[in-house]
Design a protein around this ligand. Structure first.
Ligand code: NAD
Ligand code: UGA
Length: 485
């Protein structure tokens, strides 16, 4: 009988279990907090190499911003949820070890710019093999290339004396930032892949038993390990593909006078298509969509499937073009020159309700504007200045060394009205709700005229802005201009 057929199954008792999660990031922290919350009889410890990150998890200012997270962490921290850098000690103590480390795109060597770098995963596997003195279930939580679990198993087997058993499961995470707590409390599904043999089913059932504390059993899907690993990449590729598809149509709408929001509503009303992920935008960002699609592309190439690789690569190509095209439209509207013009970006996070800036479209737009010698002010309700500079440095290679006047050309401002003062244009980069409620009459009055508004998220009241006097452009529809009057 397979694990999928265990409908009348009696799940193993996991009370008293000890879980260790390696990696205290956007996934490790929130996921373990929710497990701890729903499993009071399980001791959960999150470990990381980074002392500042662990210190922040143990403080009143968590290292990441997620609505609802602070309350959950504070309700269980010190009871059955712990954060520490004592990695080896916690590995020794654990029955189950989640690996939730980062798997970024490789920046050099074979597969540079495309393949995922799994060195952190391998480092975890080697460390577990080195220090573990008893059998463990290893849970691959990070997003990885298909067949990584098999590599982990081989490393564990090759580096241990055979007296302990390691079962390696795949349990990818589907949470989205900004809604992480909600997604973890009520997931669309939990996916668990494992070896299709008796020991594998036993391990799968133990992980099922952990999640079954709050997730309905029918929403916990079990598969073989490769399907699970691949499903994660495919899920992200499908989501990103929808955005690139509607963004490609936004260009056609602007050219043809159709309205992309009306098209999205009409298309999404078909239940076979559905209404979600059809919001045209300045382009998708985030640490995972691009990384995971490129990883999929690399896998297809490695498996000798160049046509499949090219099909998925186009999702990323379209996204890059959307970011560049948005900036080109801005420059064109502002009489083809933005040299020394002050341009204000509202939003720098890659989406609302997070301070995460990784791969944010805003950074690319800022780079294109910088290339034209614009003066940029940025306001974001949650982004930390340090993270903004890290994004410019590591994703775009922009530093004081490459741009000597960088910190004069780009300034993070903590007040949205100040950020827009004397600006020639405002561009909405992130769909933060507060942007809808600003006093745009006041903002307009303090801007250089003509005052431009470029809504890269289609969240503002365009008619109202036009009536105030703004020259407004948005994504995927033509709006009236005062110049045509
Ligand atoms: P992150 O960068 O926020 O956190 C990763 C943490 O792992 C860091 O704190 C780092 O110090 C630590 N780490 C790295 N190597 C280590 C090692 N050898 N030992 C101990 N700690 C180590 O990353 P994240 O956003 O949490 O993503 C983690 C994984 O989850 C990635 O594979 C990502 O693709 C996937 N994922 C992310 C999201 C998301 O919303 N961010 C959602 C689903 C899946
Ligand atoms: C995404 C997936 O939604 C998660 O299921 C997945 O677990 C996660 O990636 C991951 O693997 O890291 P996330 O990137 O946090 O989550 O956020 P999304 O809500 O998917 O948004 C991604 C980007 O697409 C954002 O820049 C967002 O503004 C943009 N987007 C989203 C659009 O431009 N239009 C849309 O209709 C939806």
């Amino acid at each position: 009988m397979s694990a999928n057929e265990t409908k009348t199954e009696v799940l193993p008792n996991v009370d008293g279990f000890k879980i260790c999660c390696i990696g205290a990031g956007y996934v490790g922290g929130p996921t373990m907090a929710v497990i701890a919350k729903h499993c009071p009889n399980i001791r959960v410890t999150v470990v990381d190499l980074s002392q500042p990150r662990i210190d922040a998890w143990n403080s009143s200012k968590l290292p990441i911003y997620e609505p609802g997270l602070q309350d959950i962490v504070e309700s269980v921290r010190g009871k059955n949820l712990f954060f520490t850098t004592n990695i080896d000690e916690e590995i020794v103590a654990a029955d189950m070890i989640f690996i939730s480390v980062n798997t970024p795109t490789k920046t050099k060597g074979i597969g540079k710019g495309c393949a995922s770098n799994v060195k952190n995963i391998e480092a975890c596997a080697r460390n577990i093999a080195k220090v573990a003195k008893s059998s463990k279930i290893i849970v691959e939580k990070s997003t990885v290339p298909v067949q990584t679990a098999s590599a982990i198993s081989k490393i564990l087997r090759a580096n241990s004396d055979g007296s302990v058993d390691f079962q390696v499961l795949s349990n990818p995470e589907f949470l989205a930032e900004g809604t992480a707590v909600r997604d973890l409390l009520a997931p669309s599904r939990v996916l668990i892949g494992g070896p299709q043999n008796e020991a594998g089913f036993e391990a799968i059932n133990k992980l099922v038993a952990v999640y079954a504390n709050w997730v309905p059993r029918q929403q916990i899907l079990t598969t073989n390990v490769w399907s699970s690993e691949l499903s994660k990449l495919v899920a992200n590729a499908y989501l990103a593909q929808r955005i690139s598809s509607i963004n490609s149509i936004s260009m056609l709408c602007e050219a043809s006078k159709a309205d992309v929001e009306e098209v999205a509503r009409a298309v999404g009303a078909d239940v076979r298509i559905g209404p979600h992920f059809l919001r045209a935008s300045v382009g998708f960002g985030g640490s995972c969509f691009q990384k995971d699609i490129l990883n999929l592309v690399y896998l297809c190439e490695s498996f000798g499937l160049p046509e499949v690789a090219e099909y998925w690569r186009q999702v990323v190509t379209m996204n890059e073009w959307q970011k560049e095209r948005f900036t080109r439209r801005m420059i064109s509207a502002m009489f083809n020159t933005i040299t020394s013009k002050k341009i204000c970006l509202y939003g720098f996070a890659f989406k609302k309700d997070t301070g995460d800036t990784r791969e944010t479209a805003a950074a690319y737009v800022a780079k294109y504007l910088l290339d034209e010698d614009a003066m940029i002010t940025i306001y974001d309700p949650k982004v930390e200045e340090e993270d903004m500079w890290m994004e410019f440095k590591y994703t775009l290679g922009i530093t004081e060394a490459t741009h000597p006047n960088l910190k004069k050309s780009i300034v993070l401002v903590h007040d949205p009205y100040e950020a827009a003062k004397d600006a020639h244009a405002i561009a909405i980069m992130t769909e933060w709700d507060e942007f809808k409620d600003y006093d745009y009459e006041k903002i307009f009055a303090n801007m250089t005229k003509p005052a431009f508004m470029f809504d890269g998220r289609n969240i503002l009241d365009h008619q109202k802005l036009y009536d105030i006097g703004f020259e407004v452009q948005c994504i995927g529809k033509q709006l009236p201009s005062h110049f045509d009057e």
